[in-house]
Design a protein around this ligand. Structure first.
Ligand code: DGT
Ligand code: CA
Ligand code: CA
Ligand code: ZN
Length: 568
């Protein structure tokens, strides 16, 4: 029996421990250790629980031995004795109040001491003025009030495309200013992480103060959080925050390198640089001995000076890329133009919004060589009519090949939703989990492998079933599934749909160890979704995937062989 905790729940728990340590005036180092661990878990792009199951907790930076022990206890018993002892005598409302920017542990404690019962109660008490009389200044309370407003508007992280759209708006606005020479994204957005905390933007300009003033005047600004000589932070009306960093053009390369992150990548780079006698920051690379400063307009030059191969932003998570860059052995990452066709799409035969004909025409306009229409295995579907329609389209034109496909639901009892004789009439069958997501790891693993054993089945789509910001993925023995897939030529999908982004990047890395073949698909339910490939490519790149590992980089003639192979 194992207990599930999301990364968010875990980081919150560790932050609460740090907060109580602060309230109880405990050792600063311990407090910092918990905060660092919480940061690391919150920023982790892989599920900590999954890593624990894979026995890879030690791959998470910032988790010491004792913390790993506590997590082990938490996942196996559902609680940690040591934490329960720490929390004894602390009002639970303290933790709720900590979610407000501007309320630290000691203030939260003081507030609950003054009878505050939570965020709603706090807001009411500020409005009624009852706290003013209890040793809280007007200024502190106004600040807290602003924090409450912001809390109510924002949900913690947002999906990559939403962040990109917002960032694009800001960049377009910035580029209208005559003194803005360049503007780009930074941080998690530039690294193409599937979810983004805040938006970071760089500007090259000789006039930082003018640019910052202009930035703070952006029409969608709710309030200016802070503004300095070279940086500013605004909160937008949507609740999103945008950080701006400005440097003159001659330091723009240094700026990009420094604020693209990730934090862990930068830590690794800085310590490597130090060994070579350099100190790296957004203000240049300084030779420690001589004090000479190297300023670079291009980011590549920073890595070159340090003797490193240039790591694409998607790789910068300190998961081995610095070591590989040192040896000039970084992978040649797959690119959007490498994909020849889509192997997972839906039509109005099931829950898609467009007809097969419309899907095919759109795919052809996007220069795809082939498209598999893989409608869901609804029991009442007119399969022969659908097959005839696809054959008719193939017969009537030779610009794009349409592959007769299905996405078949795996029942909880490991059987498939439709019988083999229907599967046999299709050329490309994916299986996936759409129901009963919560089974034990063993049951789930068995369920997936039984399904993949079917000789008409080609591959597994959106493998973990996670829905970002909504639902955690399933629990399964991925090593076992990947090994099976590799041995029997079954394809593992990298699903491009932004709220799926499934397989997650660290599991892609795991699958690569077994030499699994991937497909990168859109799972389009609408003609507009056919353009979502870029997100699947970004995810694959974050998983170090090369062109040769992805079957739909192949022309149709070669793809056919692979498809037939997985049916033997
Ligand atoms: P996010 O916003 O949670 O999705 O993740 P990031 O990676 O965008 O993190 P963020 O916005 O806190 O910082 C942007 C990058 O800037 C981060 O990856 C590392 C880099 N960086 C370098 N120096 C600093 C610093 O002093 N403070 C912060 N916050 N970031 C720094
Ligand atoms: Ca950020
Ligand atoms: Ca930021
Ligand atoms: Zn689908």
């Amino acid at each position: 029996m194992a207990f599930s905790f999301s990364n968010k729940q875990l980081s919150e728990l560790l932050r609460n421990v740090a907060a109580v340590y602060q309230i109880k005036n405990k050792n600063q180092f311990q407090i910092r250790a918990y905060e660092l661990a919480a940061d690391s878990i919150e920023h982790s792009t892989s599920d900590i629980k999954t890593l624990w199951e894979l026995g890879e907790l030690d791959s998470v930076p910032g988790l010491g031995e004792s913390l790993r022990g506590y997590l082990d206890e938490l996942f196996s018993k559902g609680k940690v004795k040591h934490f329960d002892e720490i929390f004894e005598g602390i009002d639970k409302n303290v933790f709720e109040l900590l979610k407000i920017a501007g309320i630290g542990p000691k203030t939260a404690f003081k507030l609950t001491d003054a009878g505050v019962k939570g965020i709603a109660d706090l807001e009411e008490k500020i409005d009624r003025g009852t706290l003013l009389r209890k040793e809280f200044s007007e200024k502190v309370l106004t600040n807290i009030k602003a924090g409450i407003g912001e809390y109510k508007r924002k949900s913690d992280r947002i999906l990559l495309p939403v962040a990109q759209e917002t960032a694009l708006g800001v960049i377009k606005y910035l580029e209208k200013h005559p003194k803005v020479k360049k503007a780009d994204t930074l941080g998690s957005l530039r690294r193409m992480v599937s979810t983004v905390g805040d938006i970071d933007i760089s500007v090259a300009s000789e006039a930082p103060e003018e640019v910052i003033k202009y930035f703070c005047d952006y029409s969608l600004v709710d309030r200016v959080v802070e503004s300095g000589d070279k940086t500013a932070t605004i909160a937008l009306k949507t609740g999103l925050r945008v950080d701006l960093m400005v440097q003159p053009p001659e330091l723009y390369g240094n700026l990009l390198q420094h604020f693209t992150g990730s934090k862990n990548h930068n830590i690794k780079i800085r310590s490597l640089a130090l060994k070579k006698g350099y100190s790296v920051s957004d203000n240049g690379v300084t030779e420690v001995k001589s004090g000479r400063v190297h300023k670079f307009t291009e980011e590549e030059s920073v890595y070159k000076l340090l003797g490193l191969q240039f790591p694409s932003p998607e790789l910068r998570e300190d998961t081995g890329e610095v070591e590989a860059a040192t040896e000039h052995k970084l992978p040649t990452l797959i690119r959007p133009t490498d994909l020849k066709g889509d192997l997972h799409t839906h039509s109005s035969y099931t829950d898609g919004k467009n007809t097969i004909q419309e899907m095919v025409e759109s795919a052809q306009n996007l220069d795809r060589e082939y498209i598999a229409i893989t409608d869901h295995s609804y029991p009442n579907l007119d399969y022969s009519k659908r097959i005839k329609e696809i054959e008719q389209i193939n017969y009537s034109q030779d610009k794009i090949r349409v592959i007769k496909g299905l996405e078949v639901n795996i029942n909880v009892d490991t059987t498939l939703q439709i019988p083999d004789e229907i599967l046999a009439k299709h050329d490309f069958n994916l299986v996936s989990i759409h129901t009963s997501f919560r089974q034990t790891e063993k049951e789930m693993t068995n369920r997936i492998i039984r399904a993949l054993e079917n000789k008409y089945v080609n591959g597994l789509s959106h493998p973990t079933g996670r829905l970002l910001l909504e639902r955690e993925g399933i629990e399964a023995d991925w090593a076992k599934i990947f090994k099976f897939a590799a041995d029997y030529g079954k394809i593992i999908e990298i699903n491009s749909f932004p709220n799926r982004s499934d397989l997650p990047d660290l599991l892609i890395r795991e699958a690569k160890k077994y030499k699994v073949k991937f497909s990168i698909d859109t799972d389009a339910h609408h003609v507009d979704h056919l353009k979502l490939f870029d997100y699947g490519i970004a995810l694959a790149r974050r998983g170090w995937v090369e062109k040769t590992e992805v079957i739909n980089t192949l022309p149709y003639s070669k793809l056919e062989d692979i498809i037939n192979l997985s049916k033997n």
